[in-house]
Design a protein around this ligand. Structure first.
Ligand SMILES: Nc1ncnc2c1ncn2[C@@H]1O[C@H](COP(=O)(O)OP(=O)(O)OP(=O)(O)O)[C@@H](O)[C@H]1O
Ligand SMILES: [Mg+2]
Length: 428
C-alpha cells in the first residue's frame, strides 16, 4: 500500500464522502490507549472503499493551527471510517456532516447464560473487544463454547442463553430461539405472548461464529487450495492457513505483500513467506531465509505460525463474532501488542471475545473491556467486570490493568479482587 502523495490524491478524487473529526491531542487526554490510537490513525493509509476523515488536533479545547487551512490536518493524518470509529470510542468528537458519522457497529452488549456445565447463572456486559480473565478451571472456555453454540463434548447446549443488544434480547432455550424485550424474562415473554421470531438483525450479531483456538501442528499441515470464489477461511485450530496465504497470493497480492513486509520486519532472519507444493493438490507454508535457504512449515517456529494466523485474520470471510482462546500462546511478549492491534482493528467489524492468561493482553485493553471469571463450589462460575472490583478507582491510578490483575490475583478465588466487589450477585 502506497503512501505516495499522487496516489492519495487519486484516491481522494474517488472518495464517497468527506468528514471532519476533532481528536483530543494525546498529550492533553493523558490516556495511553487514546494516544496510541491517535498515533496509529496518523500513520494510517487511506483504504479503498472507506470514507475519509480529516483529523483535527485539539489544544485546550480549540483546533490546533498547523499551517493548513482552518487548522485542517495534512493529508498524512487522514483516516478511514473504521479508524474514525475507534477514535470516537477513544473520546474524539464528531463535527462533520451527520450523515457521514461512523456509527458504532451493533454488538452483543450483555450476555446471560443459565445451566451450562460449571455455570449456574452468569450475566455480564460485553464490548466489541472483550477479554475474560481468571483462574484455570473457572469457566472462561465454557463461556466461549456457550457462545459458540457447538459444544466440544456431548454435555449439551446451555439450558438458556440470552444475548442483549439495543434494548432487545435473543434467547436460545428448550422452546427454541426467540426475541423479546430486554427487560422481560424469557419464560415470562413466552407466557405473555411477548416473544417473537428472531429478527435478522438480532441473529446477525452472532452468526456465523468463528472460533480461533490455534494449534501449531494444525497450522503446519499441508492443505488443499481454496477454489476460486470460495470464502477465505482457516479452521478453528488454524488448519488451512497455507491455503489462505496461497489465496492471498492469487486474489489479494496487496495483502500478501503487506503481511510479508511486516513479517520480515518482525522476524529479521526471514526474507519472504513461501508456499511450496507438498503434493499435486496441497501446499505448505514456509519461509525463505536471508541466507537463501528455505524452511518449511514442519520446521517453522511456533511464534511465526501464530503470528501468520493472526495477521491473516482480518482478511478472512467476515464473521460477526470471533472467539479467541489465549492469543498470547507461543508469542514473545513484545509481539503480543502487535496481535492485539490486529484484534482491535478487526473489532470495528466483528465482535471479539478473548479468553486469556496474559497481563500483557490485558494491558492493551480498557477497564470495561475486561471481565474476571472465578468459580466457587456453591455458586459455580461468577463474572465480575474488572472496573467493578475492589478499590478499582484507586488501584487503576497506580497500575496498568494487566499489572493490577497480576498484583492482586491469587489464581484461585481472586478474593483480593472480587470479594466485596460492587457487583451484585447474579447467581442464585
Ligand atoms: N457438566 C459439568 N458440570 C460442572 N462442571 C463441569 C461440567 N463440565 C465441565 N465442568 C468443569 O468446568 C471446568 C471449567 O472449564 P473451562 O475449560 O471453561 O475453564 P477455563 O476457565 O477455560 O480454564 P483454563 O484457564 O484452564 O483454560 C472444567 O474444568 C470442568 O471441571
Ligand atoms: Mg480455557
Amino acid at each position: 500500500m502506497s503512501h505516495d502523495f499522487p496516489v492519495q490524491m487519486a484516491h481522494l478524487a474517488k472518495k464517497t464522502g468527506e468528514v471532519e473529526l476533532d481528536v483530543p491531542a494525546p498529550h492533553s487526554s493523558g490516556e495511553g490507549a487514546a494516544a496510541a490510537r491517535f498515533a496509529r490513525a496518523q500513520q494510517a493509509a487511506i483504504r479503498r472503499g472507506d470514507r475519509v476523515a480529516h483529523l483535527y488536533e485539539l489544544v485546550d479545547g480549540r483546533r490546533a493551527s498547523n499551517g493548513a487551512a482552518a487548522g485542517r490536518a495534512s493529508l498524512t493524518t487522514e483516516i478511514t471510517e473504521n479508524e474514525g470509529r475507534a477514535l470516537i470510542i477513544a473520546g474524539a468528537s464528531w463535527v462533520g456532516p451527520a450523515e457521514y458519522r461512523p456509527v458504532p457497529r451493533p454488538h452483543i452488549e450483555r450476555i446471560r447464560i443459565r445451566g451450562f456445565r460449571c455455570i449456574q447463572e452468569i450475566e455480564f456486559p460485553l464490548t466489541p473487544l472483550h477479554a475474560l480473565i481468571g483462574p484455570n478451571d473457572s469457566g472462561k472456555s465454557t463461556i466461549l463454547e456457550a457462545l459458540m453454540g457447538a459444544p466440544r463434548s456431548n454435555a449439551g447446549a446451555p439450558s438458556e442463553m440470552t444475548t442483549f443488544s439495543n434494548k432487545r434480547a435473543l434467547t436460545c432455550g428448550p422452546p427454541g430461539v426467540f426475541e423479546h424485550g430486554a427487560q422481560v424474562e424469557p419464560n415470562q415473554a413466552i407466557r405473555d405472548n411477548l416473544a417473537s421470531s428472531p429478527s435478522p438483525a438480532m441473529l446477525a450479531l452472532a452468526s456465523p461464529v468463528r472460533m480461533v483456538r490455534l494449534d501449531p501442528d494444525a497450522m503446519r499441515q499441508p492443505t488443499s487450495l481454496i477454489a476460486q470464489g470460495n470464502p477465505l477461511e482457516y479452521g478453528p485450530r488454524g488448519h488451512g492457513l497455507a491455503a489462505v496465504y496461497d489465496a492471498f497470493l492469487s486474489r489479494r497480492l496487496d495483502v500478501f505483500l503487506e503481511i510479508s513486509k511486516r513479517f520480515t520486519e518482525l522476524f529479521p532472519t526471514a526474507r519472504s513467506i513461501q508456499l511450496t507444493n507438498h503434493s499435486e493438490s496441497t501446499k505448505v507454508l514456509g519461509v525463505e531465509l536471508k541466507d537463501g535457504r528455505s524452511v518449511d512449515a514442519f520446521r517453522l517456529s511456533e511464534g511465526m505460525l501464530y503470528w501468520l494466523a493472526f495477521a491473516a485474520l482480518p482478511y478472512l470471510n467476515p464473521a460477526p463474532l470471533i472467539l479467541v482462546e489465549e492469543p498470547e500462546n507461543g508469542l514473545h511478549p513484545s509481539r503480543i501488542a502487535d496481535v492485539m492491534r490486529v484484534l482491535r482493528d478487526i473489532s470495528n467489524i466483528s465482535q471479539i471475545i478473548i479468553a486469556t492468561h496474559s497481563p500483557l493482553v490485558v494491558n492493551e485493553l480498557q477497564p470495561d473491556e475486561v471481565t474476571i471469571i472465578t468459580r466457587t463450589p456453591e455458586r459455580g462460575t461468577i463474572a465480575t467486570p474488572l472496573s467493578q472490583t475492589k478499590n478499582f478507582e484507586q488501584r487503576s491510578k497506580v497500575y496498568a490493568l494487566g499489572e493490577l490483575w497480576l498484583n492482586y490475583a491469587d489464581g484461585d478465588l481472586e478474593s483480593e479482587l472480587v470479594a466485596d466487589s460492587t457487583i451484585p450477585s447474579t447467581a442464585g
